[in-house]
Structure formats: structure tokens, C-alpha cells
Design a binder for this molecule. Structure first.
Ligand SMILES: [Zn+2]
Length: 449
């Protein structure tokens, strides 16, 4: 058996453990920053495999790093494990039935993501052990991808310093290495405080915080006309000022997402929204509290790494599904067209400058370290993300197969980089060139916003 066969067989040999860990995390879904069970389970497993664990990475209770090896290159592997609120769903059922009424659920498959990434780290550790070569593998237990931007916090704390490359994956309905950028997303809150009063008896004494929110949204909707066409503004009320029309609302609040192709552009538009919010406060004689909560950077795909990962993917092959897997998936299928419910093809690696209409805190890492990520098919074609249909499938045999394939591709990519460290220098040069073409957002050094 050669080294590659041994690496891939190692993941298969541990597959029962990985499936049990992933299913265990699925069974106990935990939302952003509450992932106690998931982080402890993965950290415990990696400690048992000989990794050095550092808990509380970046000052976050449910973040950790697990490191094995010595010297360079240092390969980072990102794992996530947070669930989504309100998506509890019984496994395998194609109709809605909550497992726990009102509870959270793994609607993005991060139970698979964290476990598959940890499996890749273990395989690389086994390779380092056997080959006796220089190199370090570091698994990052990253909390709060869905909300909270966990990797932004880890990046600010310098947790990615010293890494040479970073690899990760995500469960999906196709097999491919990500070769397009993602949108940046600057997340901000605007809260207004006015003065409560009886809406009929003493309206002149009241100053409505809800009016301020509404006027801010009107201003933002006019702003849309004067931003680049790819910019997307979304807002939600986090505080509607109460439920009584007879009281002038004293407080009210909004949460805004500002998405754009570059984080600097999104941050600049967020500053224009600040002016809109100030205007709304001025008009309504309310007090504004405006905060940039998170800067989720646009994702920079590193094509040097992407091509190595794509080759590794083709060597490992797409996950192979049984007729019974296909049959179970068929009831969840939402996309039409030819072909099986579960994809067994690997899409071509065709780099494009066109942004995918998604955002991820992996983007923050991609500005610091050359980064590559892949998707493997774990779900029926067209299954929407953040849906109960996805939760239902994230504990099934197809999802397990996709997870193990992802672990193999990540591990083989890592092995190639350890064998050919000069490719890492190329990847770094590519990142340096990409960063030169990207202005940094103003005020990134100012944590007080
Ligand atoms: Zn996700």
C-alpha cells in the first residue's frame, strides 16, 4: 500500500467513529457560541489521537485548536459545528416533524463539516507520523459561523498567524472545489431611543423610535439607487417598539446586512448608512446607537491551492451512492433536470471572478492565509440551505459518504502540500497579488467602530 492509499484507507478505518461523532453533534444541535457538546466532543477525540489541544481560542469558550507535528509547513483545517435556531427536524423524514418543538437543527450540515475536517486532520497526523517528515497540522474548532462571525474573532486574536495554508469544506448537493469569490457582508445594527408617551392624549410629548427606523429604511431604499449594482442591502427589525399602537415607541432597532464584492466597498456603504441613520435620528429627535457588528470579508479563492485540491478530488473520486441512497434522496429532490438525486460527478474547476451570492467568515481567513475549500454531495439536488429538509438528510448514509469523501480530499490536498512545499510559496505569492488589488476597509484597526 502506498502512502496515498494508506492515507485514504486510514479515514475509512475510522469511519464508524466519525459517523458516530457527526450523528452525536446532529442529535444535540447547539447554536452560535453555545456549541459546548460539539467542541468538547471534537477536542476530546483529537486529544485521544495525540493532538495538543488549546481551549478557548480567540477568547471564545467554544473555540479550540488541535495541533500535531513540528516545524513547517503549517497546514490549517477549519471545522464548524453550529446549528440554526428553529430548524429542529426528525432525521430521514420528508415531511415536517420537529424532533424537539421550537429547537435548533443542523440546517447547514455543520455536524458533518466539523467532523469531516477533524477526520482530515487525523489522517494528516497519521501521515506525518509514518512519513517522518517536517510539518504541522492544526485543526481549528470554529464556533458561530451562522451568526456571530466566529472566524473574524479568531482572526482578530491572531489565531491564524503562522499558518501557511488553510483548507476547509462544506456539505452540499454537488461535488466541486470552490473557484469563485464570495460576497463580503458587513453586519451592522442601528438602535434608536425616543420618548414614550400616550399616542392619543399626549402625542406632542412622544418621540418615536419606530419612526426613526422607518425613516432610516426609507433612506436606505433611496441609497440603493446610488450603489454599485452588485451591492445588496437587507434589513430586519430586531425591536419593533412594542405591540401597542397607543404608546409612542420608546425603543426600536434594525439589523442590516451590506453585501458587496469587496469588504472595503461594503464597509464604505455601511458608513453611508450611518449618515442615513443619523438623518433619521435628527428628524425624529431620537438618540441613535449605530454599531458595525461584523465585517465578513469577501472570500478570495486561491487557485494554486484550488487546482491541487481539484486534482486530489479527482484522484479520490466523488462519493459513490447506492441505489437505496438515491431512492431515499429522491423524495427530497427540489431541482429538476437529468441525472440522479445525489450527484456523483465532480464539476470542472473553472476559475471565475464572478461572485457566488453567498458570504462566509472563511473569507476573513482567506485574506490572511492562502485558502481553499471544496463541497461534496451530501444531500439531494436542490435541497435549500438552512431548511428542515437539509436537517432531515444531515444524519443519513449519503451525508456520511459525502463527509468521508471530503475528509479524504482535504487530507490528500494536505499531503500534496507537505510533499511539494514550493507550491505553498506559489499560493502565498498569489494571495499577495490578490491583496494588492483589494483595498482594506477604513478603520479596521479600530475595534470601537
Ligand atoms: Zn454552512
Amino acid at each position: 500500500m502506498d502512502q496515498v492509499e494508506r492515507l485514504l484507507a486510514g479515514i475509512q478505518a475510522h469511519s464508524k467513529e466519525y459517523i458516530a461523532i457527526s450523528d452525536g453533534i446532529w442529535d444535540r444541535p447547539e447554536v452560535a457560541f453555545c456549541e459546548k457538546y460539539a467542541s468538547e466532543t471534537l477536542a476530546l477525540y483529537l486529544r485521544g489521537q495525540g493532538f495538543r489541544i488549546r481551549e478557548g481560542a480567540g477568547g471564545l469558550a467554544t473555540a479550540f485548536t488541535a495541533t500535531y507535528g513540528a516545524g513547517g509547513p503549517v497546514i490549517g483545517i477549519l471545522g464548524e459545528y453550529d446549528a440554526l435556531p428553529g430548524l429542529s427536524q426528525a432525521a430521514g423524514l420528508s415531511y415536517r416533524r420537529e424532533a424537539e418543538p421550537g429547537g435548533p437543527g443542523h440546517g447547514c450540515g455543520h455536524n458533518l463539516l466539523g467532523t469531516g475536517a477533524a477526520a482530515a486532520a487525523v489522517a494528516l497526523k497519521e501521515y506525518l507520523e509514518q512519513a517522518g517528515v517536517s510539518g504541522t497540522v492544526r485543526f481549528y474548532g470554529c464556533p458561530a459561523e451562522e451568526s456571530g462571525c466566529g472566524k473574524e474573532r479568531l482572526a482578530q486574536a491572531g489565531e491564524f498567524d503562522g499558518l501557511d495554508v488553510c483548507l476547509t469544506w462544506h456539505p452540499g448537493d454537488e461535488n466541486h472545489v470552490v473557484c469563485r469569490p464570495y460576497l463580503a457582508n458587513v453586519i451592522l445594527t442601528a438602535r434608536f431611543r425616543g420618548r414614550a408617551s400616550h399616542a392619543a392624549a399626549a402625542p406632542e410629548l412622544g418621540r418615536s423610535a419606530l419612526d426613526a427606523c422607518e425613516l432610516m429604511n426609507v433612506g436606505a431604499n433611496y441609497l440603493r439607487e446610488h450603489v454599485p449594482p452588485e451591492v445588496k442591502l437587507h434589513y430586519a427589525y430586531t425591536d419593533c417598539g412594542g405591540y401597542s399602537p397607543n404608546t409612542v415607541p420608546e425603543t426600536s432597532g434594525l439589523l442590516y446586512y451590506v453585501r458587496s464584492q469587496r469588504v472595503a466597498e461594503a464597509a464604505a456603504i455601511a458608513e453611508r448608512l450611518r449618515k442615513v441613520a443619523r438623518g433619521a435620528a435628527l428628524m425624529t429627535e431620537t438618540r441613535l446607537s449605530f454599531r458595525i457588528e461584523h465585517r465578513m470579508y469577501d472570500y478570495i479563492p486561491n487557485h494554486t491551492l484550488g487546482q491541487i485540491m481539484d486534482q486530489a478530488y479527482r484522484q479520490v473520486g466523488a462519493p459513490r451512492f447506492t441505489p437505496s441512497d438515491q431512492e431515499s434522496a429522491a423524495v427530497f429532490r427540489q431541482a429538476g433536470g437529468e441525472g440522479l438525486a445525489l450527484s456523483e460527478r465532480i464539476l470542472p474547476y473553472q476559475p471565475s471572478r464572478e461572485c457566488a451570492m453567498v458570504s462566509s467568515d472563511v473569507g476573513n481567513v482567506s485574506y490572511l492565509v492562502p485558502t481553499a475549500q471544496l463541497y461534496t454531495c451530501c444531500y439531494a439536488r436542490g435541497t435549500p440551505y438552512h431548511s428542515w429538509q437539509l436537517v432531515a438528510q444531515a444524519k443519513g448514509p449519503a451525508a456520511h459518504k459525502g463527509m468521508l469523501t471530503a475528509a479524504q480530499v482535504l487530507a490528500l490536498t494536505g499531503l500534496r502540500l507537505l510533499e511539494e512545499p514550493q507550491r505553498i510559496s506559489e499560493a502565498k505569492q498569489e494571495l499577495a497579488a490578490a491583496l494588492e488589488a483589494r483595498p482594506m476597509p477604513a478603520g479596521t484597526q479600530d475595534p470601537g467602530n
